[in-house]
Design a protein around this ligand. Structure first.
Ligand code: SF4
Length: 299
């Protein structure tokens, strides 16, 4: 029988710190421990990204508990204003964030996972932090159906090389034998949605290996696309609220269910019929990252 994890939910977006305690994330914090707050700072021009005022209550809560929180993300695979550490830090600052660490490409943590797609994965150096709280803007995503906690951890914590390895899908390519770019940053980097989602989940698995971790999803400004775009379309549903859990799979499952209930249909599947978002949840559950079964505790 499937396990059932608790997911705490409130419509009041200002109550993220209250949910933090209710979901038991306060128990993850030990005095003087660094706490990596994994976030996406949003591309310049994007207005749907998670705003600092929504997550600062969590930062302050961790500080009050004696922890030493900092915000972090890793550089993008594509060339742009978040592709290099200096510019990425500037973007975070321009979007209102302080206490930010962005690892350089050579600050890499290699983690052995021994899974279907990867034996080893490549994470940015801040993923070494023993305590991680993922603060995630839940939205649509053109390649993975939706972008939730699993994507924030798996794709988000990867170095540029790690992101390339998740996106590239060279095995079936007729050019593979002759190709000199398949293992470089110049490789073609759009794989099939299913394979990208599974690879992304393997990276999330590695990012959480041996860690204390908690997860918060903000279902606000639910844009159809990733926050890596320099623009965002109108939200697919009105703001829904904030959710917290120690189970990343239950959290993402509850989030997509709330979005679809609000829309009255599978609105993201309708937008991206080639991207079956359930792949990431099914694969994550099969790896033991959490349960798709959940009890929604409404506050
Ligand atoms: S990098 Fe592009 S051309 Fe080269 S093997 Fe991969 S898919 Fe084929």
């Amino acid at each position: 029988m499937r396990a059932v994890s608790k997911v705490y939910f409130t419509k009041d977006i200002s109550q993220a710190a209250t949910l933090f305690d209710l979901a038991g994330l306060d128990k993850l914090i030990s005095p003087n421990d660094s706490v990596a707050l994994k976030i996406h700072f949003g591309e310049p021009g994007n207005t749907a990204y998670l705003k600092p005022e929504r997550v600062m209550p969590v930062f302050e809560k961790i500080t009050a508990l004696g922890g030493k929180p900092f915000f972090t993300d890793c550089n993008t695979l594509y060339k742009g204003p978040r592709g290099k550490t200096k510019e990425h830090l500037q973007t975070a600052k321009d979007h209102g964030y302080a206490n930010v660490t962005i690892p350089e490409e050579n600050d890499c943590e290699q983690v052995e996972v021994r899974l279907k797609h990867f034996r080893n994965i490549f994470l940015g150096g801040t993923a070494r932090t023993k305590t991680i709280v993922a603060l995630t803007h839940f939205k649509g995503h053109e390649l993975t159906g939706f972008g939730g906690t699993l994507k924030n951890l798996g794709m988000g914590f990867a170095t540029r090389l790690g992101k390339l390895k998740q996106h590239q899908d060279c095995k079936a390519c007729a050019e593979l034998k002759a190709c000199k770019k398949n293992l470089t940053i110049e490789a073609c980097w759009i794989g099939s949605s299913t394979i990208v989602q599974e690879k992304m989940v393997e990276y999330a698995f590695g990012a959480l290996k041996g860690k204390k971790a908690g997860f918060i999803n903000f279902i606000t400004d639910v844009s159809p696309n990733c926050d890596c775009f320099a623009h965002n379309g109108p939200p697919v549903v009105p703001d829904i609220g904030v959710l917290a859990s120690t189970d990343p799979v239950a959290l993402d499952q509850a989030s997509i269910d709330l979005v679809n209930q609000a829309a009255g249909r599978d609105v993201l599947r309708e937008l991206y019929p080639e991207a079956d978002w359930s792949v990431q949840l099914i694969y994550a559950e099969s790896l033991g990252l959490g349960s798709r079964g959940y009890e929604l505790v409404v506050i």
